[in-house]
Design a protein around this ligand. Structure first.
Ligand code: SAM
Length: 246
């Protein structure tokens, strides 16, 4: 989806009408009595969901509890790629999306500033964090996650302090058939096109000179902006390309 013209906000069962009205104003889209023909942001008793094309998706950090728990976190490839000896490390997630990777970084002890430029995705993420804050096992981790609803290229150029880590996960090019990818990705791909400013994004991150830049790529994907990293960590389907700055 390139603009917001196909999107509506509606109130579902148990949803707060005032919250839906404020959200529709913030997104600059119509508040509808019922679900739209294409994509709908639904405010219901369980929070905010994106609905359309027969699919419903809302963020849920509780589903990630096992992954961020003791004994499991060290098996996460991202935790391995982001390993640091710093006491109170800080990270910038320049492409926050639904914040799942940020959750892993925060579970590793990072204070994470997340940038998300898509207003719908930012609203979904904010709602996911709000629900997670109520979970005693997640509230401390989520307390280290801070969302900025803006373009990280601007954010990175205005940083006052160098972060330990900059993390980039721009949308992969669409290769797989939609039937083969999960609900979250199918709906996210309708909201967001593959990254078109990857060269500027990486160059801006490099100018900051953090200790490390970590980039998530498809296992067989090309290097982001064609720039060869210092080393890569490979999994079954994805790869983390790492740049070090002494
Ligand atoms: C593939 S998703 C990231 C998924 C994320 N790592 C997660 O764990 O959920 C890429 C996200 O980056 C956002 N994005 C891309 N370029 C951006 C930029 N320059 N500033 C802020 N957000 C950006 C897109 O809107 C999209 O939501």
């Amino acid at each position: 989806m390139t603009g917001n013209e196909e999107l509506v906000v509606c109130v579902g069962e148990g949803g707060d009408e005032e919250e839906a009205r404020i959200l529709s104003e913030r997104l600059g889209v119509r508040l509808s009595l019922s679900q739209g023909e294409n994509l709908t942001v639904r405010v219901d008793g369980d929070g905010i969901a994106i609905v359309g094309f027969g699919l419903t998706f809302r963020g849920d950090f509780e589903q990630m509890l096992r992954r961020v728990g003791h004994g499991h976190l060290q098996h996460e490839m991202l935790a391995h790629a982001a390993k640091t000896k710093a006491d109170r490390p800080s990270a910038i997630d320049a492409t926050a999306g639904m914040g799942e990777d940020s959750l892993i970084l925060a579970a590793c002890g990072y204070e994470v500033t997340m940038y998300e430029k898509n207003a719908v995705i930012a609203a979904l993420l904010r709602d996911t964090m709000k629900r997670a804050e109520k979970n005693p096992e997640l509230c401390e981790i989520v307390g280290r996650m801070h969302l900025e609803e803006s373009d990280s290229i601007n954010g990175l150029s205005e940083l006052k302090e160098k972060p330990e880590l900059i993390y980039l996960d721009p949308m992969f090019p669409k290769r797989r058939k939609s039937g083969l990818i999960n609900k979250k990705l199918q709906l996210m791909q309708k909201l967001e096109q593959p990254c078109c400013n990857e060269i500027e994004l990486l160059e801006t991150a490099i100018e900051v000179r953090p200790k490390k830049i970590v980039i998530k790529r498809p296992l067989k994907g090309t290097y982001l902006a064609g720039k060869e990293p210092d080393y890569s960590i490979e999994g079954k389907a994805i790869r983390y390309d790492c740049f070090m700055f002494p």
